[in-house]
Design a binder for this molecule. Sequence first.
Ligand code: NAP
Length: 306
Amino acid sequence: MSIMFEKVALLGLGLIGSSICHGIRAKGLARHISGHARSAETRAVALEIKLVDDVHVHAADAVKDADLVILCAPVGACAALAKEIGPHLKAGAIVTDVGSVKGAIARDCGPFIPQNVHFIPGHPVAGTEQSGPRAGFAELFHGRWCILTPLPGADSAAVAKLTQFWEGLGSMVDTMEVGHHDLVLAITSHLPHLIAYNTVATAADLETVTDSEVIKYSASGFRDFTRIAASDPTMWRDVFLNNKEAVLEMLGRFSEELAVLQRAVRWGDGDTLFNLFTRAREVRRGIIAAGQDTAAPDFGRGHKPK
Ligand code: NAP
């Protein structure tokens, strides 16, 4: 692909930021990449492994003359970054983000972005439980959805350019309204993480099951939960602080369904259990048919979906 942006600035150089860097390099989407991260250690690694061409202590310096600015920090850190960079953005630039929650980003960052800059929140629905600047890889976005949530009155040419950028990184792109995004992700991503954190914490708290037994006999169910529960605590704290209403709505529905299952187990209602499990299995088949995972058995051996 040809160069789309002369200069891209990435604020936050963890799993997602570094994966974008690798993707930009692999496809030649930008001539120059500037970076900013909070810690000196991350900034040093970013230079060492050539994620970026230059790295800055201050976000305001990284965005100077940038045509595309991507906020890649935890959701709760983005408003302060937007406030800092607002006065330093180039007229006509595109500012976007990768946060897992979109309503709070639009609400808290939007007011700091000047009128002559295109602010288009976004969310690549791709990730692993790893974090930090060494965790990224160019293929992270291949075949994965990236959801853009343009705000009312967004410039269609800027949305089209950002769409093309994510397609260049290998994503499929969809657009939706911020509130709808937050409801969808509450059930597909946020609630599963909450359940995984709770399941692992419950097992770890059980006095009758020693830690070593939990580890030694971890069947694939528990092991899969521990993988999800190994995700970055800062990122996930910010997700739940910033998508409260949608998560509580989905948690309410989940609790009702759980009560139905509890009742079926208590009364030996095999039909209810069988029917629900059958419906759930169909969902899994649908995900594989849509190319969002493979049917290969995964016993924690680290194969990546194509
Ligand atoms: P990560 O690997 O933990 O990296 C976070 C980066 O943000 C680090 O470079 C960190 O700097 C920097 N940072 C943290 N607080 C900051 C602050 N106050 N000011 C400036 N920089 C700060 O996280 P990630 O997985 O890339 O997640 C980044 C964003 O992507 C989050 O908003 C998350 O919701 C979203 N997201 C994540 C996934 C996923 O699966 N991980 C998927 C889709 C979207 P230091 O290294 O110096 O601390």
